[in-house]
Design a protein around this ligand. Structure first.
Ligand SMILES: C[S@@+](CC[C@H](N)C(=O)[O-])C[C@H]1O[C@@H](n2cnc3c(N)ncnc32)[C@H](O)[C@@H]1O
Ligand code: SF4
Length: 501
């Protein structure tokens, strides 16, 4: 019988404690990296928890033991060109003709996990990238069929896919095929609209000329869950050009708009990070909130997906409003896969190049994340072995930090979901941090609006206030594991040589 893997004992670096005020200040100072992309400096902070390759299969098997409910992510790493700002695992032009081979490998990986884990219940599937709309639609349909054939599918299972404006505009048949095969949410990356900026970012092929036709094709295909991604915090993005981008996205009338603050780590334009101050980024976030609210889109403080609401008065509901969310819970605007991860810390399996998986005690990254080429991944699949490059059996401090970092996508940590996952109250796990955040007015207790996904659980959450959302980077750092907090604090010392991020 396989026994479920508990968390690992903490490394010496994870046995330290720091003054919350110092951690908060270090998070604010390191605002470019103190965000939802956890961990930071993994070579230093995760390394003590690394599992040798020979033990990968047995560790994965026991880490998934007893986990009956999962989300699934399938990574499609092809893009016609690589945008200079992109942080994702994307392969170069010379591998663009390998889509059939890659999609066959992805289906084979799915079967490797089915053989190892047996049937599990699936709550959501995200087909992301890269550009998942780059391969032929029948390859996506076959993958989706394999997923539904090999997992137990929950009643509210739903599938989301990403596209670029160019593909959605020029290939309407693909968009129609997605809807016909059962995909019900689609997300399009508009990012920015200023032609000069698009050029500087290497993304001029996805300019304004495609946006209207793309939107029309998405609507004609029957999608009613349409999200647009926008990006801010670029060095050469003025407040006016950001406001114009927002106005353009609003005019396309998507149900949801998701805002990404540019994360420079490991991108081609990482050298520009120092030109973007916290004040600059905060001003962009403020302008966005104001313009989106005026257009009827709302999000709780700290949440980056805005939802268009039918009733204008709801836009100003805010935290603690008398809005009745039990009878009409606000749609989260995110995919089922992400929503379950954020609200419940639900374990997920990531398939494909560089994909990440998360259980209650491990995090792993598939082959290809570093080299950004297909060969190591395809080789592993050919040999019939799990294509894992790095597997970490982590301490509870890191597992909690990862769950909370993801919860910050919605600006709140649901107390019952945390307790259920880690068998401890949030306040007992982080006594000093919670006290500090409450006392400084950065977080407060609220009733979560995510009624449907909490399914009978207690809805109380610890949520960011407006002030906390403004100090997002400092607030989130209070939940990081001690080794990561230590790294952030030391990073500001004058003679400290930075470890790789
Ligand atoms: C996986 S990407 C794929 C979207 C699709 N391929 C496209 O370009 O339209 C998902 C989203 O991540 C965001 N993103 C990409 N690079 C980022 C970075 N360095 N920092 C923050 N967000 C980023 C973009 O808004 C993008 O739309
Ligand atoms: S932003 Fe999208 S299209 Fe651009 S490189 Fe990244 S995944 Fe590809």
């Amino acid at each position: 019988m396989i026994t479920r893997l508990g968390c690992a004992p903490p490394s010496p670096a994870d046995c330290q404690t720091f003054d919350p005020a110092d951690v908060f200040a270090a998070g604010e100072q390191n605002h470019h990296i103190s965000n939802t992309a956890y961990p930071i400096a993994h070579r230093e902070t995760f390394w003590p928890y690394r599992i040798a390759r020979e033990a990968h299969r047995a560790t994965v098997e026991s880490a998934f033991e007893g986990i009956d409910e999962l989300c699934l992510y399938s990574h499609i790493p092809f893009c016609e060109t690589r945008c200079f700002f992109c942080e994702y695992t994307v392969v170069g032009r010379r591998e663009l003709d390998a889509t059939e081979e890659y999609m066959a490998a992805l289906d084979r990986e799915l079967l490797l996990y089915r053989e190892l884990l047996g049937p599990r219940r699936l709550y959501g599937l995200d087909i992301g990238g890269g550009t998942p709309s780059f391969p032929a639609a029948d390859l996506i349909a076959r993958h989706l069929q394999n997923v539904t054939d090999n997992f137990a599918i929950s009643a509210d299972f739903s599938v989301s896919i990403e596209t670029t404006p160019k593909i959605a505009s020029l290939e309407p048949d693909k968009i129609r095929a997605y809807k016909a095969m059962g995909i019900d949410r689609i997300s399009m990356g508009v990012q920015v609209t200023q032609p000069d900026l698009l050029k500087t970012l290497g993304r001029e092929e996805n300019g304004l000329e495609h946006h209207y036709r793309a939107t029309e094709n998405i609507r004609r295909a029957g999608f009613t869950k349409f999200n647009i991604d926008l990006m801010y915090g670029f060095a050469d993005q003025s407040a006016e050009s950001w406001a114009a981008t927002l106005a353009h996205a609003i005019a396309l009338e998507p149900e949801y708009i998701t805002l990404y603050r540019m994360r420079y780590k490991l991108t081609r334009i990482s050298h520009q990070a120092e030109r973007v101050t916290l004040t600059h980024a905060r001003e962009h976030a403020r302008v966005a909130k104001e313009k989106l609210a005026a257009a009827g889109y709302r999000a709780n403080p700290g949440k980056n997906t805005y939802t268009r609401v039918a009733n204008d008065t709801d836009c100003h509901g805010g935290q603690g409003s008398a809005r009745d969310t039990t009878s009409h819970p606000a749609p989260t605007g995110t995919s089922a896969y992400l929503t379950r991860r954020v609200i419940q810390g639900m374990p997920y399996l990531g398939l494909g190049l560089g994909a990440q998986s998360f259980t209650h005690s491990t995090i792993s990254y598939n082959s290809g994340a570093v080299g950004k080429n297909l060969s190591p991944y395809l080789r592993d699949i050919e040999k019939g072995i799990l294509p894992i490059q790095d597997l970490y059996h982590l301490s509870s401090a890191h597992m909690m930090a990862k769950m909370i970092a993801v919860s910050f996508y919605f600006g709140e940590i649901n107390l019952s979901a945390f307790r259920e996952k880690f068998a401890i109250d949030l306040e007992s796990a982080y006594p000093a941090a919670v006290d500090y955040l409450l006392q400084q007015g950065l977080m407060h207790y609220t009733e979560s609006e995510n009624g449907a996904e909490l399914e009978g659980r207690d809805k109380r959450s610890l949520s960011l206030t407006e002030l906390g959302a403004k100090h997002f980077n400092g607030s989130i750092a209070l939940f990081f594991a001690p080794s990561v907090q230590d790294y952030l604090i030391r990073r500001n010392l004058p003679d400290y040589a930075h470890a790789p991020l």
